[in-house]
Design a protein around this ligand. Structure first.
Ligand code: URA
Length: 243
């Protein structure tokens, strides 16, 4: 691999930026200063450092985003800000994409990666990956709704798999509820449509978890971090190479 490509892949900056770092003698290969972007390196064997810090080459990258409302779960859009706009240069260079979609007005946990096989496995209906949502609802959800969820809600075009509805609180005076909903599917507007099928309306929707990934309490809305090793270990159940 060319040295400049390696440096860009490591998230150091654009091709022209890394060229400047090379010119300034800030990059070493096996301890020797290298200034030519064309130098061929072996990313598995050679030790590459920038300003004395060793760089490691990653094929796959994993980002956990606390998606805010108003941003779309796509990689590009002519009109709206996308989740990619919230990540860093490395994410864009590595061409990460969201694993499944959240509606523009849904907030919460979103995984982004460039590991297509993992995304495919996590989204496969056969894998039954549970997604947990917290919803604010206009209307009082009750025992009958819990039973309907458990039985499998009938939508116009789809009978939902059995799902779990937990009622966290009800404000009888305001006629509102806060609920937690667990589904293993990912149909378009599924949670909103399931609640609508009970004659009520979701007014706020937050995703709390997807499989073993849980929205961290300290991850501010609109911010992200890379998955920890522990979180990656949790994804090994899919049997997909992660590195
Ligand atoms: N269900 C919905 O209705 N919307 C989402 O964004 C996710 C699940």
């Amino acid at each position: 691999m060319r040295l400049d490509k390696f440096l860009v892949d490591c998230g150091l900056g654009s091709r022209s930026q890394v060229k400047t770092y090379l010119k300034k003698k800030q990059v070493t290969v096996n301890g020797q200063v290298e200034t030519s972007p064309k130098t061929q390196i072996d990313e598995k064997k050679d030790q590459i450092a920038y300003q004395g810090q060793e760089l490691t080459h990653e094929t796959f990258v994993y980002y956990l985003l606390n998606k805010p409302k108003g941003v779309i779960s796509a990689t590009e859009d002519a009109r709206h800000k996308t989740v990619l706009d919230l990540l860093d240069e490395t994410a864009r260079h590595k061409q990460v994409f969201p694993v499944g979609r959240l509606d523009i007005d849904t907030h919460g946990l979103l995984l982004l990666t460039n590991n297509g096989d993992l995304a495919h496995a996590m989204l496969s209906p056969r894998k039954h990956v549970d997604k947990i949502y917290q919803a604010k609802v206009a209307g009082v959800m009750d025992e009958a709704d819990m039973q309907a969820f458990e039985k499998g809600i009938e939508l116009k075009d789809h009978t939902c798999q059995p799902a779990k509805l937990e009622i966290l609180s009800v404000d009888q005076a305001a006629r509102t509820s806060t609920v937690q909903i667990t589904i293993a599917e990912g149909k378009f507007h599924q949670v909103k449509r399931m609640v609508a099928a009970c004659g009520k309306e979701v007014t706020d929707l937050q995703r709390l978890s997807m499989g073993s990934l849980v929205l961290p309490d300290d991850l501010e809305i609109g911010t992200w971090r890379r998955l920890t090793q522990e979180e990656l270990d949790g994804l090994s159940v899919f049997g997909i190479p992660l590195a």
